[in-house]
Design a protein around this ligand. Sequence first.
Ligand SMILES: [Cu+2]
Length: 475
Amino acid sequence: MFRKSMLSLGIMFTWFALAQEPMSTEKAVLTHAPDVPPAITRTQPAKVVVEVETTEVIKRLADGVDYTFWTFGGKVPGPFIRVREGDLVEFHLSNHPNSKMPHNIDLHAVTGPGGGAASSFTTPGHSSQFSFKARNPGLYVYHCATAPVGMHIANGMYGLILVQPEVPMPAVDREYYVMQSEFYTEGAYGEEGLQPFSMKKALTEIPDYVVFNGSVGALAGDNAITANVGETVRLYVGNGGPNLISSFHLIGEIFDSVYTEGGVLANQHQVQTTLVPAGGSAIAEFKLEVPGTFILVDHSIFRAFNKGAIGMLKVSGPEDLTVYSGKQADTVYLAEGGAIQTVPAADKPELPTTMTKSEKLAFGDRLYKANCLACHQSEGQGIPAAFPPLAKSDFITVDDERTIGVVVNGLQGEITVNNHKFNSVMPAMQLTDLEIASVLTFVKNSWGNTGGEITSDQVAKVRAKPAANTQPQEH
Ligand SMILES: [Cu+2]
């Protein structure tokens, strides 16, 4: 009798313990900047499923300027992810089949090797899954960490994840997501057309563009964030870098509280400018007393007025002449800030199936700039010990089939080009037969190479074969 009741007590207890902490499952609400998902009101941890897709898209960087962005979720910055301290996050990263590069994710909120990078490495057309416990509350940056890491970040692969503390931060009227980052382009600021990434400028850390939320004007004019007099606002500010530190400032307001570096402590009050490190964050709170347009800047001020780092907060409501009397001057900033309208990205035209050699040369030139230049450089000269030259390469002169194979299948392991050794990874390029034929025809006819033409049929033949022809070999 006694035993039996002990047993049932035990079962009862186990049942009770389970019933006390049922780990509910929910799908994370993801938002694009400047929106922030609603506050989590749960008082218990849950399993939260996060689904993010990586894509490579051509979009507007500034008026008349396009750029091939590598993205989390189709936009820069990537989606804002919100979870609660103690949650079990099940992360699904899918890489769109049209991507040319593999991608992964390193979330600074993860306790574990690479912040999830190795576990989330995903080739085009694949999905990866890993889980982590959100042990540490705070505002964290996430970014792609696939080699070459700098290039993946420079092309737009970053965003913010907020791990809400168990004891929630005070409620505010409005929350916004602002992320600063820089772009390094072949052309100078404002130079029109599709601008390729410049490895040279990225290495010297002199960007052409410094922007909030991914493009010039993404947070200005019609895209400005808004609030009313009397409301409280919280800005979740991130810095994707890849290189610069932001001196984040809101012209005409004083931050009542700043959680420096994105920690959970509102550790400073009455702040004019707060530093946001590359790969770091800050949370700024303030109350609005008067109406008008308040300008967000990186107070390294040439970045604001000459490179794009301008955002706007439009505040409506009654004037309070005891707080501020005088006329607004936002037109000054508009004039100096330059391009702020939004122009929708042009649709991609349908590709023909065959081309003449001269059409291939022109098409190949564009493809080279968008797909190869960042690694093999503008004159095909490569970078010593990192990226082999395609200019005057003995390779390219001698063996078309092998060259095609490298682009179709990728290449890994030690190779010797023009007597210099390279031992790195060339990603398999997700290009069509005609695209590969065009880009290689362009390469063969550029920078002192000996000419010739590659046809789509040749590429198709190589594609049909097993990838044996790209095994590392000396030549
Ligand atoms: Cu990536």
